[in-house]
Design a binder for this molecule. Structure first.
Ligand code: GLP
Length: 255
């Protein structure tokens, strides 16, 4: 595999030659998790970064190398408001990219409800559902150009839980590439909080491309500050950064 370990403390950093290698490495973490615990609670993410990993998981499933029959899943976030049938909803994305192609039981899938009327109540219930499931065993994350994880934008409290948030202008612009025009991008989202994410037992965070290099360097080597939400991961005991080499290019420790 064309990936190498840059460092191995409580926060592992693995640098991969290209996006394909990053995706295969990340998929292997999920496959290993499911070998050890077939009824794992998995945390999924959206965005373009994990798409390759989902494709690898589908390939492995088709080969008989993994199955999702006993798994439960929770997604990190969803635009708010948005209809689930909107092809830009994260509900739609997850079904298209993964759930329609594997044997996960749809009743075990949880995605924040972009159509809920009582969003505060929904957020409390989402936290409770995670607790009832026994917590998330393995969560995959992407990272925003501004260092966000899920939709926890800079300034989010390290103590934050699942809630409604306003999206940063930078995030609206970055995500407008998926919409017909920028005015169609929802201005709010429901997101797991940083404290919710920190309770996941194991975390793998992926980054691809130069536009993520600054955020990755700050998250891994900068100070842990609420201005860089991903830097909270420095205080977690079991995090693996799996980085395509351009995304790793601003790390001082590889210089
Ligand atoms: C989105 C999502 C995040 C994702 C990030 C990066 O707004 N809410 O969960 O990690 O931005 O997205 P991408 O992978 O497309 O760069």
């Amino acid at each position: 595999m064309l990936c190498y370990m840059l460092r191995e403390f409580f926060m592992k950093v693995i640098i991969c030659e290209n996006y394909g290698e990053m995706s295969r490495k990340a998929a292997q973490v999920f496959i290993d998790q499911l070998k050890e615990k077939p009824d794992s609670v998995l945390g999924f993410a959206t965005g373009s970064t994990p798409v390759g990993m989902y494709q690898e998981l589908i390939k492995a499933y088709n080969r008989g190398g993994v199955d999702f029959q006993e798994t439960t899943s929770f997604n990190l976030d969803e635009y708010y408001p948005i209809a689930s049938e909107n092809n830009q909803s994260y509900y739609y994305f997850m079904h298209e990219q993964l759930f329609n192609h594997i044997d996960i039981q749809i009743e075990n899938v949880h995605i924040p409800d972009g159509e809920t009327r009582d969003v505060e109540k929904f957020c409390l219930e989402y936290e409770e559902a995670i607790r009832q499931a026994g917590g998330i065993d393995l969560q995959v994350l992407g990272i925003g150009r501004n260092g966000h994880i899920a939709f926890n934008e800079p300034g989010s409290s390290f103590d934050s839980r699942t809630r409604v948030v306003d999206l940063d202008q930078d995030t609206i612009e970055a995500n407008s590439r998926f919409f017909k025009n920028i005015s169609e991008v929802p201005r709010q989202a429901i997101t797991m909080g940083l404290a919710t994410i920190m309770e996941c037992k194991k975390i793998v965070i992926l980054a691809n491309g130069k536009s993520k290099a600054e955020a990755v360097a700050k998250a891994v080597e900068g100070e842990a500050t609420e201005e860089v939400p991903a830097s909270t991961l420095q205080r977690h005991g079991d995090v693996m950064f799996v980085l395509e080499k351009e995304a790793a290019s601003k790390l001082k420790s590889i210089g």
